[in-house]
Design a protein around this ligand. Structure first.
Ligand code: AMP
Length: 279
């Protein structure tokens, strides 16, 4: 696996592959890699001949009170995992490479970013869409893979790629989970042993809401309200949201349709956990 830190080297690498007629997939990450990330690499390998993974802890998507300083990234360990997984290249740029002096441009999506994590993390999605737009334009891949774990992010990325006519196919990959149901996440490393036992309640509660409203006969809000209370009783300190929304438009649904999804975000110790399940 080749490791590059500069956009010019990344472009040269991609140019070489393209000249041989090879298709290229991009898998953007912030490092702290786990099996969830590696499943994206695997999907990328199924879709394309060459796979570039990026590791960039993007300061622009963290709020001032968030965990940028402590984010659990380890380039040496991560590059070992990617090598084993058979990735062709790792692009690990510095902050100055991505945001050179005088950087003044932002890509932002309206509407879809007003709710869920967008409502609780001001500026977060503009940080994500700006950096993903850059990574796509730097590598010009045929495909890019994102996890359904960050479902709103996936929808927001699909939107700006369509809106800006960026010639890339976006694929969503299913959420990889621990045996007890907890969605794999770099941030699970923040959990104490005690909190780790509480954490799977998020997936359990979201799944139980999905079971209760599956037939579409019951209004969802009272069920969500009870579910938020269950999370607090399980030991979460607070619940940012637990809602039923349309999987594409992200519009709030009181009666489910065939495309409904349950979204949850809750705080447990130092970790803010998010998850979502289809109804
Ligand atoms: P992150 O490094 O957390 O920014 O995530 C990088 C990519 O991996 C994003 O597209 C995430 O949605 C995806 N991802 C993170 N966790 C999982 C998981 N448990 N299963 C599948 N994809 C994931």
């Amino acid at each position: 696996m080749q490791i590059v830190h500069q956009v010019s080297d990344l472009r040269a690498l991609v140019r070489g592959w393209r000249e041989q007629g090879e298709a290229v997939a991009l898998v953007p990450t912030m490092g702290g890699l786990h099996e969830g990330h590696l499943s994206l690499v695997k999907l990328a390998q199924e879709k394309c001949d060459r796979v570039i993974t990026t590791i960039f802890v993007n300061p622009a998507q963290f709020g001032p009170e968030e965990d940028l300083e402590n984010y659990p990234s380890n380039l040496e360990k991560d590059s070992g995992l990617l090598n084993e997984a058979g990735a062709d290249a790792l692009f690990a740029p510095s902050v100055a490479e991505i945001y050179p002096d005088g950087f003044a441009t932002s890509v932002s999506v309206t509407g879809l970013t007003d709710c869920l994590c967008g409502a609780h993390r001001p500026g977060h999605f503009a940080g994500v869409t700006t950096v993903v737009a850059k990574l796509l334009l730097q590598s010009l891949p045929d495909a890019a893979i994102f996890g359904e774990k960050d479902y709103q992010q996936l929808q927001v990325i699909r939107r700006f790629v369509r809106d800006l006519d960026i010639p890339v196919e976006i694929f969503g990959a299913p959420t990889r989970r621990e045996p007890d149901g907890l969605a794999m996440s770099s941030r699970n490393a923040y959990l104490t042993d005690q909190e780790r036992k509480i954490a799977p309640a998020l997936f359990r509660v979201l799944s139980s809401v999905a079971d209760q409203i599956r037939d579409g006969e019951l209004p969802s809000e009272p069920i969500c309200q009870e579910a938020r209370q269950t999370l607090l009783e399980a030991g979460f300190q607070s619940v940012d949201y637990l809602e039923v929304r349309d999987a594409e438009s992200l519009v709030l649904l009181d009666r489910v349709n065939s495309n409904a999804r349950i979204f949850g975000a809750a705080n447990l110790g130092r970790a803010r956990l998010i998850d979502n399940v289809a109804v």
